[in-house]
Write a protein that binds this ligand. Structure first.
Ligand code: TXA
Ligand code: MG
Length: 324
């Protein structure tokens, strides 16, 4: 049983547990994370075993203050500081050359470290309290999404607990912070070169970045983002991407449909989401995929949102969820 921490002291208790080497499921504005003290080797190792994640897939370190960039990273370009000033706290992760606290067990032996300040009051309080408890104001929390490897990221505590409870220890815990407001993972930006390169799309869009600094002409980053697999975010049901409801096979049984609110559900198909726009689409996407599995659907038909910005990030997740 995962211990659920509630009330005023939840963040402090979570920080004490993290300091003693336990894992804690934490809320963020993107998705829920499975957190460990980023400098505790055995705790970080348990993140990998709990998720069944390959050990060469590095973890994002969540920090509470931009002035801790220099504790974790080296050779920070001015444009990375500008991006941090513009979008932190927020759904943006910066990949930078690592400093000594970012050890091999965290970075999967890469010479870089991924850093983010989450925009969630509970997450920020837990990170700050970990700084107090460990007497290290730049203490960081390593936190991948709180799902088993390759599966759908959780956007509520309930989903995270359902996903991981069989693999967590009695001494591990979870903190509720409501449903994740954004709903898809952060934008990851390679900041090791002359100009930035997007490694994973998210709610901080190309346009957002370009308003601060020009993106690199080449999208051939030399940095590996080993988690970016063609098949990812996959529910048990088969995901089929279609353009209109006319593409749904006639007589499809146990089929679900996810599409924006203007689309009418064909008879016999179960609607699992009707987001009004791309932001709401991101917010409901993962919960809808989980609901289809709960309903034992065989096929999930998905009509993706159109347009640039966060719609592009939603299409990226849908494509990976559909890949077999
Ligand atoms: O929104 C998010 O980013 C969420 C919340 C919990 O913060 N976290 C998340 O973590 O999505 P995860 O582990 O599921 O995805 C992190 C991705 C992986 O694809 C990993 O390979 C990449 O970030 N990554 C981490 N460190 C890296 C590094 N040093 N260089 C390149 N890619 C890195
Ligand atoms: Mg993940």
């Amino acid at each position: 049983m995962v211990h659920l921490l509630t009330g005023m002291s939840a963040a402090t208790t979570a920080a004490e547990l993290l300091a003693s080497g336990s894992l804690v499921i934490i809320p963020t504005e993107t998705v829920y994370g499975l957190a460990a003290n980023a400098e505790n080797e055995s705790a970080v190792h348990r993140i990998f075993t709990t998720k069944n994640r390959p050990s060469d897939h590095p973890l994002i370190v969540h920090i509470a203050h931009a002035n801790c960039l220099d504790y974790w990273a080296l050779d920070i370009p001015d444009y990375a500081r500008d991006l941090a000033a513009a979008y932190w706290p927020g759904p943006m992760t910066l990949v930078l050359p690592r400093n000594t606290p970012a050890m091999d067990f965290l970075t999967g032996n890469q010479e870089t470290v991924a850093l983010r300040i989450p925009n969630h009051p509970v997450a920020l309080e837990i990170i700050s309290q970990l700084g107090v408890v460990t007497n290290n104001p730049c203490a960081g929390i390593a936190a991948p999404s709180a799902n088993r490897f390759g599966k759908v990221s959780p956007t509520t505590l309930e989903h995270a607990v359902q996903e991981l409870q069989d693999y967590l220890a009695d001494t591990d815990a979870g903190v509720d912070g409501g449903s994740a407001s954004i709903g898809i993972e952060s934008t990851i930006i390679d900041c090791t070169g002359e100009s930035p390169i997007i490694l994973r799309s998210g709610a901080i869009t190309e346009q957002d970045i370009e308003s601060i600094v020009a993106l690199s002409e080449s999208d051939n980053s030399t940095v590996r983002a080993p988690g970016m697999l063609a098949s990812h975010y996959a529910p048990t049901a088969t995901v089929k991407v279609v353009n209109t409801v006319n593409d749904i096979e006639p007589g499809a049984t146990d089929a679900c449909l996810l599409a924006t609110s203007g689309v009418i559900t064909p008879i016999g198909v179960t609607r699992i989401g009707s987001p009004r726009d791309a932001h709401e689409y991101a917010h409901v996407l993962y919960a809808a995929l989980r609901e289809a599995d709960q309903l034992h659907a065989t096929v999930i038909y998905v009509i993706p949102p159109e347009g640039p910005g966060i719609a592009a990030a939603v299409r990226d997740r849908i494509t990976r969820a559909a890949h077999r």
